[in-house]
Design a protein around this ligand. Sequence first.
Ligand code: KG4
Ligand code: ZN
Length: 363
Amino acid sequence: MTPPFLVLGIETSCDETAAAVVRLGADGRGHVRSSVVASQVAIHAPFGGVVPEVAARAHVELVEPVARQALSEAGVSLDEIAGVAATAGPGLIGAVMVGLSFAKGLALARGLPLIAVNHLEGHAVSARLDAEVDYPFLLLLVSGGHCQLLEVAGIGACRRLGSTIDDAAGEAFDKIAKTLGLPYPGGPALERLAEGGDADRFPLPRALLGRRDCDFSFSGLKTAAARVAQGLTTDLERRDLAAAVQAAIARQLSERTARAMQVYAAQNAAQHRRFVVAGGVAANRAVRASLEAVATAHGFSFAAPALKYCTDNAAMIALAGAERLAAGLTSGLDAVARPRWPLDEAAALAAPTHVPGRKGAKA
Ligand code: KG4
Ligand code: ZN
């Protein structure tokens, strides 16, 4: 389909029920007309993490009103929508099924094309929302379930350069935050606690330093931080440990990204050097600042989504869906929900690096 057109996006892969309307312009740029996110944080907080069955049930109750709100805030009716995009994985399977089934119902009832979107592809395009970020780019995708470096040549064309061999960066933030007694979700809470802290007070391990690949590892940091946390007695000490952890995560992300920039530049000598960071952890200011410095040092431009598009949202799903619709990449109504769905399937088969984690199976 040729733009301009509007796409309705639905996201229910974890603990956020979200819907959005995005307009893809004739110039290929995505403009957000509405983006509604109903967070389930309060529902899951008493459990200290996301409970899959509870999440799925909450999505069932929320998905229709949230979709209605997205249409009304955009000031459009379903008659003006050209396609319905929904996250089809990876994520909590029951949760993914709710949004995907809802989108299938809408597509069938209105005779609209359905676009089954990989949640990670949503994060990959999120820096392009309301911003001029062109393909191709080197992407660091850092969220609660994922930590990987990818070469993104265009929609549906991602090549993995490296990924975590144990925990994701957001998972490390969340788990360490828990040992510091902070509420779920831990990342933002740890960032607040770290403010003004002395990052050098507690030395923490530096994993994979100097390795030639572009992989990550956070489990050693998690264990070391938990051990230090046990012996702490004062709030000042907790603040300094939070600062040290945040600095250690930012440092590893930056060091591994610097390595990927060398690889990327060597393989794409003639191409423009663009770097994009996306995913929930991209909302962390220390992480952003550290990555921006690395990009500058390596001659890469730096882009990150607006803070509200770093964490899970449906605008990124709508944009990925719109770009797919423009490229003729639509799905049948038999599209399946997938708990695991790597962006670069060939690389994942050749070198599987992920193990199941807190949020279920990863990509
Ligand atoms: O992208 P996202 O919303 O969900 C996934 O697809 O995983 O990312 C959520 C993750 C959580 O681990 C959360 O703690 C982390 O992103 N996060 C942060 C910050 N905001 C969210 N981590 C560190 N600092 C933040 N400000
Ligand atoms: Zn996400």
